[in-house]
Design a binder for this molecule. Structure first.
Ligand SMILES: Nc1ncnc2c1ncn2[C@@H]1O[C@H](COP(=O)(O)OP(=O)(O)O)[C@@H](O)[C@H]1O
Ligand SMILES: Cc1ncsc1CCOP(=O)(O)O
Ligand SMILES: [Mg+2]
Length: 250
C-alpha cells in the first residue's frame, strides 16, 4: 500500500508548532492529504496532544521568547514517545533563531530537517546568501545537505529549484520547477507539513521524505499549469491538486 493510501486509511494526527503567518495553509495541506492537523502553542497541553499525535512539525518562523521552552518540551517528549519530528528552521541564519535551534540540537534528535539552501547551509556551518526567509542562491550542490545530515543525524530535505533529500550517504533529487512556489509565501512550511504527514504513517524516513517532496512538487507543477503561471489563484489550485492526487493514489 502506498504512503498516500496509508494516510487516507489511518488519518494520522499531525501536531504543529506552527508560525503565525502560514498556519491556515499548513492546516489545509495536512487536511487535504487526508490527515488531521492540530496547531498549538500551549505548553500545558503538549504532553496530552503528543500522546494522541502521530508526528510533530516544529516551525520556528515567528519565534518568540515563550516558544523556546515549548519547542524543547515538545521535542523531548516526542523523542521519548518515539513520534517523528520534522523541523522547519525558518531563517535560522538570524542569530536569535540560531541560538534556540542550537539548544534544541543539543537536547533532542530530529528525524527530518526541511529548509531552503541557506537554512541547510547553516547546519553545515557554511554560508549561502539569504535574505530573511529566502535563500538567494539558485544552484546549490548536495554537499551542504550531506554534511548537515551527518552532523545532525537527521534526514535533510534541502529545497530550491532542485530539491535534495539525503541521510548523509544516499542522495535523492526532485526537480519540479515552478516560479510560483517562490512567489507564494508558505510553500516551504506546507512542504514540511506534508513531510510530517508522510512520516506519520511510515517508518522509512528517507523514503517518506522523498515521496512527500516529489508528490508536493508534482502537484505544484500541475497547479502552475492550471492557473496559467499566475500566482493569485495558485494556492487554491495547488490544494485541489493535492486533494485529487492524494485520492488517486493506489
Ligand atoms: N527556484 C525554484 N524553482 C522552483 N521551485 C522552487 C524554487 N525554489 C523552491 N521551490 C520549491 O518551493 C518549495 C519550497 O521551497 P523553498 O522556497 O526553498 O522553501 P522556503 O519557502 O522555506 O524558503 C519546494 O517544494 C521547492 O521545490
Ligand atoms: C513571511 C514569514 N515570516 C515569518 S515566518 C514566514 C513564513 C515563511 O514561510 P516559507 O518559509 O514557507 O516561505
Ligand atoms: Mg521556509
Amino acid at each position: 500500500m502506498s504512503i498516500l493510501t496509508q494516510i487516507q486509511k489511518v488519518k494520522p494526527l499531525v501536531l504543529n508548532l506552527a508560525n503565525q503567518v502560514t498556519t491556515q495553509r499548513v492546516a489545509d495541506v495536512i487536511s487535504f492529504l487526508g490527515a488531521s492537523p492540530l496547531m498549538t502553542k500551549e505548553i500545558q497541553e503538549i504532553e496530552s496532544l503528543l500522546t494522541i499525535a502521530d508526528a510533530l512539525v516544529v516551525n520556528i518562523g515567528t519565534i518568540s521568547e515563550a516558544d523556546g521552552p515549548i519547542f524543547l518540551k515538545a521535542c523531548q517528549l516526542a523523542n521519548q514517545m518515539n513520534k517523528p519530528i520534522v523541523l522547519d528552521p525558518v531563517a535560522v541564519n538570524v542569530p536569535y533563531r540560531a541560538s534556540v535551534v542550537n539548544q534544541l540540537l543539543n537536547a533532542v534528535s530530529f528525524d527530518i530537517i526541511r529548509g531552503n539552501a541557506a537554512e541547510i547551509a547553516w547546519f553545515a556551518d557554511k554560508k549561502v546568501v539569504s535574505k530573511g526567509i529566502d535563500a538567494l542562491e539558485l544552484t546549490v550542490s548536495p554537499e551542504n545537505a550531506k554534511i548537515a545530515a551527518k552532523r545532525t543525524g537527521a534526514i535533510i530535505v534541502q529545497t530550491g529549484k532542485t530539491d535534495v533529500v539525503t541521510d548523509g550517504n544516499k542522495v535523492l533529487f526532485v526537480s519540479t520547477d515552478s516560479p510560483l512556489f517562490k512567489v507564494n509565501v508558505g510553500c516551504g512550511d506546507m512542504l514540511s507539513a506534508t513531510i510530517g504527514t508522510f512520516v506519520a504513517v511510515s517508518d522509512n524516513l528517507i523514503q517518506s521524505a522523498y515521496e512527500a517532496t516529489k508528490f508536493f512538487g508534482e502537484a505544484g507543477v500541475r497547479a502552475t499549469e492550471d492557473v496559467q503561471n499566475l500566482p493569485g489563484m495558485f494556492i487554491n489550485a495547488f490544494l485541489d491538486e493535492i486533494y485529487q492526487k492524494a485520492r488517486e493514489a493506489k
